[in-house]
Design a protein around this ligand. Structure first.
Ligand code: ADP
Length: 193
């Protein structure tokens, strides 16, 4: 399952069902937790595939953060180590139940905007996101997909990677992002089974 949408003249948004750890875009984004020390879900899979040097890089980076914590809505960059991707951007999504829905949306939007900002500053051509916060963090998928696609569109208006991909782990999550992309960006430019 895949679909490609135009974002303005020069950028594209690609949705597909698959494992983010296999992606060879310049960067992949992890749905990290505030302690940056790995966890379950997509973050655990990324740490496993990147090898122990990613854990060491996170530990070093953590020491530079106030209280050793990356607040929800924040994003930071490390290398990709054993991954096909050169970089990992660690973004901390909101735990849905901890905020009112409007604040949760702001924090989720901030993850995407900050990650694309890092990619822009680093001159990266491509980036792959997972569906941040919709696993253990409990963000309803349809609402998260709308926030994510709108945030990517807004962030790319200031430049950034030409290709933004979403690695979605199951067909229902793909369907939610597809619906959000059609609503925000219009009909897809290409679609595959
Ligand atoms: P969060 O704590 O931000 O909710 P999770 O890792 O629990 O993050 O879930 C976020 C999304 O990532 C979920 O849709 C989950 O199914 C998906 N996911 C889990 N493993 C992978 C993977 N290897 N590649 C892509 N997506 C994944």
């Amino acid at each position: 399952m895949e679909a490609t949408f135009a974002v303005g003249e020069t950028h594209s948004l690609e949705l597909f069902v698959g494992d983010i750890t296999r992606q060879s875009t310049d960067a992949i984004v992890s749905a990290a937790n505030a302690l940056l020390l790995g966890g379950g879900g997509v973050d655990g899979a990324i740490h496993k595939a990147a090898g122990p040097r990613l854990f060491e890089a996170c530990r070093a980076l953590k020491k530079t953060l106030p209280g050793g914590v990356l607040a929800a809505g924040g994003a930071v960059l490390t290398g990709g180590f054993d991954l096909p991707a050169r970089f990992v951007i660690h973004a901390v999504g909101p735990i849905y139940a901890e905020h009112d829905p409007a604040r949760a949306a702001e924090l989720l939007e901030s993850c995407y905007v900050q990650a694309i900002g890092i990619a822009r500053r680093e001159g990266l051509a491509s980036i792959t996101f997972p569906s941040i916060s919709t696993g253990v963090y409990g963000y309803p998928v349809a609402a998260a997909a709308e926030v994510a696609v709108a945030a990517v569109k807004r962030a790319l208006a200031s430049g950034g990677p030409a290709v933004v991909r979403f690695s979605l782990f199951d067909p229902d999550t793909f369907a939610a992002y597809h619906a959000a992309a059609v609503a925000v960006l219009g009909a897809p430019r290409a679609e595959g089974a």
